[in-house]
Design a binder for this molecule. Sequence first.
Ligand code: FAD
Length: 457
Amino acid sequence: MASTLRLAGGLLAAASVAAGSWLPEIVAKDVVVIGGGASGAYAAIRLKEDFKKSIVLVEKADHLGGHVSTYDDPKTGKPFDFGVQTFNDYGPARAFFERMGVPVDAAPRVALTSQYADFNSGAAVSFTPPANEDRVAALGRFLNATAAYEHYFLPGYWNFPAPNQIPKDLLLPFGEFVEKYQLHAAVNQVFQITGMGTGDMMKSLTLYVLGAFGQPMIRAFLGQGATFTPTSGRNIALYEAVQTRLGKDVLLNTVSADGKNTIIVARKLLMAIEPTPANMEPFNLDFVEQSTFAKFKSSSVHAGIVSHPALPVGVSVVNTPAAASPANYVELPKPNFNVRFDYMGGDLFRVLLVGDDKFDKAKAQDLVRQNFAKLVQAGTLQPASANPAQELQFRAWADHGAMHMNVPAAELKSGFIQKLYALQGRRETWWTGGAFSVQFQAILWAFDDILLPKLLA
Ligand SMILES: Cc1cc2nc3c(=O)[nH]c(=O)nc-3n(C[C@H](O)[C@H](O)[C@H](O)COP(=O)(O)OP(=O)(O)OC[C@H]3O[C@@H](n4cnc5c(N)ncnc54)[C@H](O)[C@@H]3O)c2cc1C
């Protein structure tokens, strides 16, 4: 996207799209949606089909889907999802799949043997995960301690309390919250499933850990809620269906510098991307927008698929600090880290990395190589005798960029959420996505359901 000029009462946007003549095409629409991930793709369908608005969905990648990454293994033709794993049966989720003609089944449970090792040293760690009944009891306490606050942030912060009325528990660093409610036996699961995205999870505010592993997830792991995936085993199938359905109303590859320019004139702008300085650069933010977004910190997340004969089939090699031995559940890897080498099938292993805002693809892949080399040197992984020098292969990679945008407790107590939400509708611009809600697909769709009538009012 080259640049965007936002005008009062209307919007003029310029998106460069690959190929074609040098003459800019002019497109006039009711709403332009920027970002074709979970929140943008869902909003585009609803605006077009339910609210009968003319729209254009602008996506910088060559496909819709954002954090959904499906790898179709060329060797076997089998699909492997290495980004989004499952969808919560929450709000409009099931109906959305049905509407898009994508059949779903209960999410498969994959049982892997876990092997624990400190990825900094490569040494095996003797670690005993909590007994199942202790884990379930701790999750139950987690749910009891937070259920009353659910409506403050799910599916968005619409009902968030006034700055001086925010429950103290939500502002506690998660480590203190764990101590207060004796949740130690749940920490491992919270971190391994989705909590790792917050980075240094035990220091993250409880509010933000709930944004990464909230009540719908707790219920799913207590057997009180469900998760599902497409029957085809390809999560991207949902977004392929959205793309087909929206047809020419989707502009892809919009960051191409030398493509054709499309001028979009629209009454309203719906931003469905993380409001990082880099993402916001083309959108000529005003002082209020800039100074609000400047408060955010975020993690950077990467996921990939690697292969090497030394990686053990059927096993998840879990990054576990030596200090976690034998059963110290609050000792977790600190950013930047690779969470695990997880067996996926065939000769493929998933890696999942979280780091600070400078943790780019090159750094993330270097860390994976270093972790792997240490594990081999320490004898935790046995190199295949036929070719011990064989390098780790990167088979697929997704740079998920900035996620889990957060501010310190002091900012929340100064009314940050209220200032953030005051941006809704300013300059004919509306905001959806993880920074305005939480980091789950289905919850973002429910968030859009609340947002869209406001946008159109
Ligand atoms: C590895 C991983 C696993 C996850 N697993 C799950 C899971 O199992 N279940 C679940 O519910 N959630 C999961 N999540 C979280 C979930 O995917 C996110 O919460 C959700 O995708 C956020 O949606 P969004 O619309 O805010 O952003 P995104 O889905 O990231 O979409 C943003 C889109 O905007 C595009 N974009 C960015 N900048 C521009 C620009 N300037 N112009 C045009 N387009 C732009 C991006 O390319 C992207 O397609 C996972 C996330 C990751 C990273």
